[in-house]
Design a binder for this molecule. Sequence first.
Ligand code: HEC
Ligand code: HEC
Ligand code: HEC
Ligand code: HEC
Length: 126
Amino acid sequence: MKKGMTIIAGAFFLAAFMVLSVQSQEDMAEVDPSVFMNPQRPAAVFKHDEHNETAGIEECNECHHVYEDGKLLEYESSEDMRCGDCHGLEAEGNMPSLVKAFHGNCKGCHEKQKGGPIMCGECHVR
Ligand code: HEC
Ligand code: HEC
Ligand code: HEC
Ligand code: HEC
């Protein structure tokens, strides 16, 4: 009986956790800069779902990528991870540092597609 309750309680917490994490992505309005020890800039504006819809980005792994031995795995996604789970504050081999990873991803696409902000203050809005 006790064991059953534990399992039910566990399932409940897991469900609540999943709902919360889905919400945080939908409700995300900026990229949390707290992984940087001492952020110099205000958090960059990024309304996750709205941005990706407006920009017409279909694949999650356009940003949440996975590499193996330097090769991009086309069908894999790391959407359950934060960029900083792989990218350290310093570059490591071919893996750019976390700042360069963000700037390369965000600004890189904006420049390539000639859409989206590329000036510091347009993303790091005070
Ligand atoms: C344009 C780039 C981009 C695309 C496309 C994208 N994401 Fe994200 N996503 C991000 C960034 C940046 C973060 C914040 C990562 C961090 O804080 O390290 C994030 C965070 C998340 C989080 C974590 C939310 C949190 O607050 O912990 C989830 C879950 C997620 N994305 C799921 C998805 C899914 C599912 C898709 C596809 C439908 C997707 N993402 C497409 C850039 C993107
Ligand atoms: C599972 C680990 C992992 C996660 C999570 C991850 N990356 Fe990467 N990323 C890598 C590796 C490994 C490379 C180096 C690829 C190579 O060998 O060229 C890389 C390369 C890059 C590059 C340069 C090459 C390219 O693809 O443009 C950018 C920019 C980048 N990452 C941005 C991001 C962003 C932004 C996020 C979060 C949305 C993120 N990465 C999440 C592992 C990861
Ligand atoms: C794969 C391409 C791509 C990537 C990656 C990307 N963007 Fe964008 N972004 C766009 C395009 C295209 C637009 C213009 C959309 C429009 O308004 O037509 C845009 C618009 C924006 C805007 C202005 C409109 C809005 O949604 O407020 C902001 C801010 C922005 N991007 C921030 C970011 C940040 C921060 C990142 C990195 C975490 C990022 N973008 C990554 C393509 C991209
Ligand atoms: C397309 C959007 C975009 C543009 C343009 C941009 N950044 Fe960022 N930047 C980001 C994102 C996303 C991060 C990750 C942390 C966060 O959310 O602030 C970041 C992180 C940083 C960081 C590390 C965290 C901190 O606050 O110390 C610095 C420093 C920084 N940017 C400076 C700049 C400067 C200087 C410029 C102009 C030359 C610039 N950025 C332009 C999106 C952008």
